[in-house]
Design a protein around this ligand. Structure first.
Ligand code: GH3
Ligand code: MG
Ligand code: MG
Ligand code: MG
Ligand code: MG
Length: 305
C-alpha cells in the first residue's frame, strides 16, 4: 500500500512508520449503522495496526465505552438509530477530553453545517463520506500524533524525570485550596552531600531513585512530589494516624536498606517533618519545613510532628 501510493513522500514515510508502530495496542471504536461501511472502516483501521471494536449506534457506543479500557479513537457516523453521532460525542465529552479519546466524525449528508456541528460537539475532526482513503489516514494520524504529543508534554510538565514522581508544579495544581484538613510531610535525605561526595553524582541519583520508589510504594493514595534535590513533599487526605504510621514505616524501611551501586552498598536515612491542619497550603508547607528542621537538629533519621 505504501509503495503503490504515489502521494506518499519520503518525508511522510518515516512519521508514518512511527505512527504504525505506535498504533499497536491502541483501540479504535467504529460507530456506524451501515454494516458495509462499518466493515470497510474497520478494515482500513486494522491496516493501521489498530485494534477495532464496533458499535451499531451511539447508544451501543456509550455502553461499550464504559466496559472497554484504553479506547484511543472513535470514528463515528451521525445518522444512526437510537442515538446519533453528535449527541453521542457530547456525552463522551462529559467524561473524556479530546486529548484522551480522539474523535473523527463522518457523514454522507449534504448538510454543509455538519463540520461545525461535529467540531462544536467535541469531535477532533470531521470528514464527509465518501472520503478519500489517504485523507482518512492522514487525519487519523494527525489526531493520534497530537494526542500522543500532548500526553508527552503533560508528563514533561508534571513529572520529575529522574524519579518519575510528581513535580512541584503538579503538586500545587492538584491539592485542594479550599479550607480542608490536610496532612503534609516534608522528607529530606540526611547527609546526601556525603553520598554524592563518596559515590559520585550517579551514586546519588541511584539513591534518589530507590528512595522515591519506596516512598511512592507506601503512598499510592497520596500525592508524592519531588520538591527539589533530595527533598520530597507528600499530601495525604486521610487519617493522620495512618499517615504518621506509614511515614514511620518508610523511615525504618530506609534505615535498614542497603542500596547496591556498582560494587558498593549505600546506606542512607531520612528526616521527616509532619503537619496536620486546616490551613493554607503555603502555611502548612512552611510548618512541615520547620518540623523537618527540628528533626535535623534532633540528630536526623527521625520524624517530628
Ligand atoms: P542534611 O542532612 O542537612 O539534609 O544534609 P545534606 O547533605 O543532605 O543537605 P544539602 O542540602 O547540603 O545537600 C543536598 C545535596 O543534594 C546537594 C546537591 O548537590 C545534591 N543534589 C541535588 N539534586 C541532586 C540530584 O538530582 N542528583 C544528585 N546526585 N544530587 C543532587
Ligand atoms: Mg448512518
Ligand atoms: Mg540541607
Ligand atoms: Mg539532605
Ligand atoms: Mg535538602
Amino acid at each position: 500500500y505504501l509503495l503503490k501510493d504515489n502521494a506518499t513522500s519520503v518525508a511522510y514515510l518515516i512519521p508514518l512508520l512511527q505512527r504504525l508502530k505506535a498504533n499497536i495496542g491502541h483501540k479504535a471504536l467504529v460507530v456506524e449503522d451501515s454494516p458495509t461501511i462499518r466493515r470497510y472502516i474497520c478494515q482500513l483501521l486494522k491496516k493501521q495496526n489498530l485494534t477495532v471494536i464496533e458499535a451499531e449506534n451511539g447508544e451501543q457506543a456509550l455502553a461499550l465505552l464504559t466496559t472497554t479500557d484504553n479506547i484511543s479513537l472513535i470514528i463515528t457516523d451521525n445518522d444512526m438509530p437510537k442515538k446519533d453521532g453528535i449527541s453521542m460525542i457530547q456525552e463522551v465529552r462529559h467524561q473524556y477530553h479530546r486529548n484522551d479519546i480522539a474523535i473523527l466524525g463522518l457523514s454522507a449528508s449534504n448538510d454543509h453545517t455538519l463540520t461545525a456541528q461535529f467540531l462544536k460537539a467535541g469531535a477532533n475532526d470531521f470528514l464527509y463520506k465518501p472520503f478519500n482513503q489517504e485523507e482518512f489516514y492522514c487525519r487519523i494520524h494527525h489526531m493520534l500524533n497530537i494526542k500522543d504529543n500532548v500526553k508527552q508534554l503533560y508528563k514533561m510538565a508534571n513529572q520529575d524525570t529522574l524519579t518519575g514522581l510528581w513535580n512541584r508544579r503538579y503538586f500545587f495544581a492538584n491539592i485542594p485550596t479550599t479550607k480542608t484538613w490536610k496532612n503534609i510531610a516534608m522528607i529530606d535525605i540526611d547527609h546526601f552531600k556525603t553520598v554524592n561526595d563518596t559515590y559520585g553524582h550517579d551514586g546519588g541519583d541511584a539513591v534518589l531513585v530507590t528512595i522515591s520508589k519506596i516512598i511512592a510504594a507506601h503512598f499510592s493514595e497520596a500525592i508524592v512530589a519531588r520538591f527539589g534535590g533530595e527533598e520530597f513533599c507528600i499530601y495525604y487526605h486521610g487519617d493522620p494516624d495512618v499517615f504518621l504510621q506509614t511515614l514511620e514505616l518508610v523511615r525504618t524501611r530506609i534505615e535498614t536498606l542497603t542500596i547496591p551501586y556498582r560494587k558498593a552498598h549505600i546506606k542512607v536515612t531520612i528526616s521527616i517533618g509532619v503537619t496536620y491542619a486546616c490551613n493554607s497550603l503555603d502555611h502548612l508547607i512552611k510548618q512541615a519545613d520547620d518540623k523537618l528542621y527540628l528533626a535535623k537538629q534532633q540528630g536526623r533519621n527521625c520524624l517530628v510532628q
